[in-house]
Design a binder for this molecule. Structure first.
Ligand SMILES: [Zn+2]
Length: 271
């Protein structure tokens, strides 16, 4: 199994984490847009760092744009699989992705006015509202705490992350070569005592034998990782946080693997 990190590592946006199994099945956790990365932003959003046509399944933790904002582009570039999320995430993602498509189209229209005058090649939007609508067809609702089998060897369930409506931590159980591996992807985790949202739930998978792979940005050692394709070895950490909404939010993007030691070999992607 390989796990590669294509965003939300050494930066605060663009959450995308690709789990590739030995049998060729690929599962993408989140497909977020990079935001506020200056001149790099456009390039980072243009190139996934992997081939969307080779992704089989997607699981979405929540509807913030830095976690779901590139789904229409993923679909327009060839991803045809289901996108699993909670029902509230589906409702919010529909609103946010349509809004994002309008922003992409307006920004490009504005830039192209000036580019046309100067005889420069015209730009195209990251995606259109039609592409956002088309992408919504691939969303599939899985309720909290409902075990769902993507394949006979890959199962997962959501628990409440308490971050926004519908936000979920993803708990995967993958059987590969006779060995069972448990991976928890927290997405963004909320705060305790919020007036509107439930408290984040505990991660029942995270037992004593947890091998921690990806932890919040305050952890030591995060800053030597590249933005795309972070290489991780057993027990190493990279960092992330989330400043959406204009205030600093402590983010815990955390992958937990246990049950077998050093099973994850994360390599820089070829694409
Ligand atoms: Zn968020």
């Amino acid at each position: 199994m390989n796990i590669t990190f294509h965003g939300a590592a050494r930066n605060v946006t663009g959450s995308k984490h690709l789990v590739q199994l030995d049998n060729g099945v690929s599962i993408l956790l989140d497909c977020g847009m990079f935001q506020g990365m200056g001149e790099q932003t456009e390039d980072l959003n243009d190139h996934f760092g992997f081939n969307p046509k080779k992704v089989d399944y997607m699981i979405l933790s929540h509807a913030h744009i830095d976690h779901c904002g590139l789904i229409p582009r993923l679909v327009s570039q060839g991803f045809t699989g289901p996108i699993y999320c909670t029902s509230a995430t589906l409702d919010l993602a529909r609103i946010l992705l349509m809004d994002s498509a309008k922003i992409q189209m307006q920004d490009v229209a504005y830039s192209n006015k000036h580019r046309e005058k100067r005889g420069l090649p015209l730009l195209t939007a990251l995606y259109t509202d039609e592409e956002a609508i088309a992408a919504m067809e691939q969303f599939k609702v899985v309720e909290y705490h409902q075990q769902y089998a993507i394949t006979p060897d890959v199962k997962f369930h959501f628990s409440d992350a308490g971050h926004i409506l519908g936000s979920a931590a993803v708990h995967l159980v993958i059987t590969e070569n006779g060995k069972e591996t448990h991976i928890t992807f927290s997405g963004d985790v909320g705060r305790y005592g919020d007036m509107l949202l439930k408290n984040p739930q505990r991660f029942p998978q995270a037992g004593r034998r947890t091998n921690e792979l990806l932890q919040n940005r305050d952890s030591a050692g995060w800053h030597d990782r590249p933005v795309h394709g972070c290489r991780l070895s057993h027990g190493r950490r990279v960092g992330c946080d989330d400043r959406t909404g204009g205030r600093r939010r402590h983010e815990h993007v955390r992958l937990l693997e246990f049950g077998s030691r050093g099973v994850v070999d994360a390599r820089r992607p070829a694409g």
